[in-house]
Design a protein around this ligand. Structure first.
Ligand SMILES: Nc1nc2c(c(=O)[nH]1)N[C@H]1C(S)=C(S)[C@@H](COP(=O)(O)OP(=O)(O)OC[C@H]3O[C@@H](n4cnc5c(N)ncnc54)[C@H](O)[C@@H]3O)O[C@H]1N2
Ligand code: MOO
Length: 604
């Protein structure tokens, strides 16, 4: 049985494991000088089972530590040592110890001990000692150094325990060919694992996304709109530039335009003219001449370099370049077409048009734009307890919040929305609502009634009008999810709990709407942050905690939860600026470790 281990360093870590008496330390003492000779810089971590000391009684560092200092760092011009009093119940944490290594000063860390950890190891085995082989129960053994009598499986490298040079070759090769493990995102959107909707074990978040997207066919209805009326829309076709931006080669500074080569002969130039923005100098610049030029004005024919006005003196129409050695050929000249050249794809079909994109299209002179029609999204709420805000709240009831969060998020995604209100919980009304909603909308979204409650008429109503799958997604919050088709429309039955609604919308409805809207880039975005405190989840499900991320004084992004995480507590969404995502393979993120977050400022 091995214990999970991830290498926190950008350099390889290689363990040596053996039963005591096999000669680990003897081997390492021979191996280290050999590897040093080959230019490998080594760090060694050694596990000790007893209460050791590295200091000498009577020395200042010893006395200070015994006086109560938790850490003593003693340093000279040749060496420094940090001693830390850290009483832990079990073995010390190798990851924590590795973080103390200065990875820029060494090429590989050799670890003696920590036999149970799932780190790559060389097993040392002496048949004469009659001990069992470790590799039989440990998949992390990469090589076995042994004597002739030992049988080694063909999948493992066999090394001769008495041939230190051969073991050094192996370590050197391991160091040279080692690659850091690829970063594992908590939701891998490219995961295409087949998953049937009635899978007993539920679906992972990425399987859920894959299954949802499989049902989405992008809208192929286009329309044309004036630039001024476009906001957050998706381009139907590539936009090809018909002009150069900038149109003319122009100056980025107020200053003087001249020919760079002339500077080699003289730092003085004769000013022969002046050119303002919107104008041009009609002649071609001759040797020794300069033209006074303003920012944005067309650079005269022949000139190739600009010097800023403050780095030039001018007297009687003669300028002197003050620091000619600092002048770089072509400086402060913006070349025609350097931003976008005529014939370039300025923006590709499927681009969502925000402020920068609209500005760019305007800079190319476009006014009419080919757009994909906006998805129409119809939203209703169900549940006898759900009441309309603005009306008095009846006993045992709650106000409808889900409709407002869903409508708002759909609008932010550029959809046209239809508010269908609160629909009475009976089969006929719900059936009629679903039928008429599907006639008007590309997407119909309801909330509530997708779990196992008795009064959930939505399921029977859905069965009357289309084909809907009820999935259990291995995530929290947002476990139950219904996805289906009513005629050509996509249906989402989101869970009733208000936070579950928002999380399920962000994870599943958002990519579906983006794909439907014709957008090319809908993949979830993640950012690493440092957990301010320990975060808990459960392996087998993805946890979406509401988080607050900030840049702290260390210049790094840190994240903490908003506190209580009930799936009905909307205040946790209000206080949050991100979701903290703990993947389904992780149970705990210790304080100080990296965790992925999904900032949601742009959507909520
Ligand atoms: N026996 C089980 N019970 C529950 C399970 C389960 O697996 N087995 N799953 C739980 C989870 S997780 C969730 S989430 C909810 C989802 O249930 P429903 O989608 O059927 O939702 P409802 O029961 O109708 O409502 C749940 C909760 O949300 C409130 N709600 C409903 N609509 C609105 C609205 N428009 N605005 C604000 N709040 C709303 C409702 O009052 C309930 O408190 O089921 C768990 N139970
Ligand atoms: O979807 Mo539920 O608790 O996971 O809110």
């Amino acid at each position: 049985m091995t214990t999970l281990f991830t290498n926190p360093l950008p350099i390889p870590v290689l363990g040596f494991c053996a039963y005591s008496g096999t000669g680990k330390t003897t081997l390492l003492k021979q191996l280290i000088p050999l590897l040093n000779q080959r230019g490998l810089r080594l760090a060694v971590i050694k596990h000790a089972h007893h209460n050791f000391d590295v200091d000498i009684p009577g020395k200042d560092s010893f006395e200070m530590r015994k006086a109560g200092a938790r850490q003593v760092l003693v340093a000279s011009h040749v060496r420094w040592a940090l001693m830390t009093e850290d009483l832990v119940e079990d073995d010390p944490q190798l990851q924590h110890l590795l973080r103390q290594i200065e990875a820029d000063k060494v090429d590989i860390v050799l670890v003696e001990g920590f036999k149970k950890l799932a780190l790559p190891k060389i097993e040392l085995h002496r048949a004469a000692h009659n001990k069992p082989l470790i590799h039989i129960h440990d998949d992390n053994i990469v090589a076995i150094a042994c004597c002739d009598e030992t049988k080694v499986p063909s999948s493992l490298t066999r090394l001769d325990l008495n041939n230190v040079a051969q073991i050094a070759d192996f370590v050197q090769n391991y160091q040279q060919t080692w690659q850091p493990a690829a970063v594992q995102l908590p939701i891998n959107s490219s995961e295409q694992q087949a998953a049937t909707p009635n899978d007993q074990h539920g679906l992972s978040v990425s399987q859920g996304i894959t299954n949802v997207l499989a049902q989405v066919v992008p809208i192929n209805r286009n329309e044309s709109l004036n630039l001024i009326d476009v906001d957050n829309r998706v381009l139907a076709h590539d936009i090809i530039s018909t002009v150069n931006v900038p149109q003319q080669t122009n100056s980025a500074m107020d200053g003087y335009a001249f020919i760079f080569q002339d500077l080699k002969k003289s730092q003085s130039f004769k000013v022969v003219g002046e050119v303002l923005a919107g104008h041009h100098y009609s002649a071609t610049l001759q040797a020794g001449e300069a033209v006074r030029i303003m920012t944005g004005a067309t650079v005269p024919q022949g000139a190739d370099t600009i010097q800023a006005r403050e780095l030039v003196t001018e007297q009687d129409s003669i300028i002197t370049i003050l620091e000619p050695g600092q002048v770089v050929e072509g400086q402060h000249v913006r070349l025609a077409g350097e931003d976008i050249a005529e014939g370039d794809v300025a923006l590709a079909a499927g681009s969502r048009l925000g402020a920068a994109e609209l500005g760019l299209l305007a800079s190319l002179g476009f006014n009419q734009l080919p757009l994909i029609e906006r998805p129409v999204v119809a939203v209703f709420s169900t549940g006898d307890e759900v009441s309309q805000p603005g009306q008095p709240l009846k006993p045992n009831c709650i106000y409808d919040s889900n409709r407002y969060t869903i409508l708002s998020m759909a609008k932010k995604l550029g959809c046209q929305v239809i508010d269908l209100g609160i629909i009475e919980d009976n089969e006929q009304t719900l059936t009629d609502t679903l039928r008429s909603a599907a006639k008007q909308a590309d997407v119909v979204i309801s909330s509530g009634g997708v779990s196992v409650g008795n009064a959930d008429y939505i399921k029977t109503a859905l069965a009357n009008v289309g084909d809907t799958h009820f999935w259990r997604i291995n995530m929290r919050p947002g476990r139950p999810l219904a996805v289906g088709k009513i005629d050509q429309s996509l249906f989402f039955g989101l869970p009733g709990n208000p936070v579950a609604v928002m999380v399920a919308f962000l994870q599943f409805v958002q990519p579906a709407i983006r794909k439907l809207a014709g957008e090319s880039h809908w993949q979830p975005q993640f950012m690493p942050a440092i957990a301010q405190h320990a975060l808990r989840s459960k392996t087998g499900r993805t946890e979406f905690l509401r988080g607050i991320y900030t840049i702290r004084s260390d210049g790094k992004i840190h994240v903490s939860t908003t506190g209580a995480q009930g799936s009905g507590m909307l205040s946790s969404m209000v206080n949050a600026n991100c979701l903290i995502v703990i993947g389904d393979d992780t149970a705990t993120i210790p304080a100080g470790e990296s965790v992925f977050i999904q900032p949601f400022a742009s959507l909520l």
